[in-house]
Design a protein around this ligand. Structure first.
Ligand SMILES: [Ca+2]
Length: 494
């Protein structure tokens, strides 16, 4: 309509002029709206190792993540709030410690760990079905939506499956994905229980299709509808490269990936082996460590290809440089992953459980290209940073635990973060400056100097007892603050 009002010439050049003007207008509209209101594409992978980026040279193939790193900044001291899925996601979406937002443990049933398969009636009254993040918590999507953003999530939700807990009740306009903490990539079931939803309704419409392709499909649909028209927040938490959540040991022991991506890696001589030691099946068939590693890598590379298509689509729409692209893993790697040079893995308080690969691309926001940034930053920084970039007010009366990271990412200011604390049941950890302190259950506290010993190999607690004591005091003070905060469900008693 705008073009018609320009009374374009109707000669044989008309089509070309019209096309050019359309592109130009698209470009201007995108840039005008984005000058004040950048888009946000937040990509979270599941259980990807610290060293599992192609650019780091361990043989994994991630050309599109490498592209984000080359056109943006790689954070090398970036942490999540918990060493496993659910609480990590509560922390990144609320900007609050899991101990403050209430989700400081998993929303999952343990019976499948012993081989149990629920029927529908039983499952309906289990914690995995009824648990969820306290409805008083405010997410990034709430904050951005209130400020006029179009919001969507395609992928893993993991913060409750009842209607009041679903993404559409937590600030998201659109949702397609699985509600639980892991699925079989093809059946979309969690240990035999269907988990895929479209908005508020369960769906099996895509059963049989590899889920990474489905999240890519939905994300492209969303971009085609909104990119360049309204500022958007697109949250894309992939299932990849999490282990498959199927009961059959041969599937559960690995990560499912399409053959075309497996074929990108060296052949594996032996795919399966028989074990007597499987947790619930005697003489179970499981994948070999070599096959598991290849499948894990193939799942990452498949996810990477989907990410590449989204970047290309944003570029076609002239929106890429006005889009804040953030990528990180929700916790450290396990199984076929590579956390080098860090110690430990998913579920542990070592750096390999908590420190994850993170990339940020935002040229229009002054984030340098091809840079690495070793400043101390965490996923708690996302909400205040994205609110600041969008010009959205921080949620009223909410105690946030993070900082605006943009001055640090632009290289004009040291990170405001000086400390971070983690707790998983009896496991406690703190980082203050470059010191890392851990206490695992009733064991003696340990102390490491991350500046000189990122692999946490030399316990310095006896050499620097005062530092260790001070770290424990800082941890206890933090724990007291968490205990004194307004309680949130579902675990706390109030
Ligand atoms: Ca995870």
């Amino acid at each position: 309509m705008l073009l018609d009002s320009l009374h374009l010439p109707t000669n044989h050049h008309g089509t070309m002029i019209r096309l050019s003007l359309t592109l130009l207008l698209g470009f201007l509209l995108c840039n005008l709206s984005a000058a004040a209101r950048p888009n946000v594409l937040l990509i979270v992978s599941d259980d990807q190792g610290y060293n599992d980026l192609g650019l780091l040279g361990n043989g994994i193939l991630t050309p599109n993540l490498d592209r984000i790193a080359g056109e943006g900044t790689r954070l090398t001291n970036f942490y999540v709030t918990w060493p496993a899925c659910t609480p990590s996601r509560s922390g990144l979406l609320t900007g609050r410690y899991p101990q403050r937002n209430g989700i400081y443990d998993m929303i999952r049933n343990e019976a499948p760990d012993y081989g149990y398969r629920y029927n529908a009636e039983e499952y309906a009254v289990t914690f995995e079905r009824i648990g969820g993040m306290d409805v008083r918590e405010i997410t990034i999507a709430d904050v951005l939506k209130q400020s006029g953003y179009r919001t969507a999530i395609y992928g893993k939700w993991d913060l409750g499956s009842l209607k009041r807990f679903l993404p559409t009740s937590r600030g998201f306009d659109d949702f397609y994905g699985f509600v639980n903490t892991g699925i079989d990539y093809y059946t979309h079931e969690r240990y035999g229980v269907p988990s895929m939803f479209r908005n508020e309704s369960p769906t099996v419409e895509d059963k049989g299709t590899y889920c990474t392709y489905l999240f890519e499909r939905e994300a492209l649909r969303f971009l085609d509808q909104w990119a360049g028209k309204e500022p958007f927040f697109l949250y894309l938490p992939f299932n990849a490269p999490h282990n498959s959540s199927a009961l059959e040991p041969a599937i559960r022991s690995s990560v499912q990936a399409p053959d075309e991506f497996k074929e990108l890696y060296p052949n594996v001589d032996v795919e399966y082996r028989t074990t007597d030691k499987h947790r619930y099946a005697s003489k179970a068939t499981v994948t070999t460590p070599e096959a598991r590693r290849r499948d894990y890598r193939a799942a990452v590379t498949c996810m990477d290809a989907s990410i590449g298509k989204l970047l290309d689509r944003l570029q076609q729409k002239q929106c890429l440089d006005n889009t804040i692209v953030i990528f990180f893993s929700d916790n450290g790697g396990s199984g076929g992953a590579d956390n080098a040079p860090l110690k430990g893995r998913k579920a542990t308080m070592w750096e390999g459980g908590l420190r994850v690969p993170c990339l940020v691309r935002w040229p229009d926001g002054g984030v340098p290209a091809g840079a690495t940034n070793d400043q101390f930053l965490t996923s708690l920084e996302l909400l205040p940073s994205l609110a600041a970039a969008a010009g959205a007010p921080a949620p009223d009366g909410v105690q946030l635990d993070g900082y605006d990271w943009w001055p640090t990412l632009r290289g004009v200011q040291d990170s405001p973060r000086t400390e971070m604390f983690w707790r998983r049941r009896g496991h406690r950890a703190a980082r203050v400056g470059n010191w890392k302190w851990l206490q695992l259950d009733d064991q003696r506290g340990q102390l490491y100097d991350l500046q000189n010993d990122v692999g946490e190999s030399t316990d310095l607690s006896e050499r620097f007892p005062e530092v260790a004591r001070n770290m424990k005091q800082r941890f206890d003070r933090w724990q007291s603050q968490m205990d004194a905060s307004e309680p949130r469900g579902p675990f706390r008693d109030f």
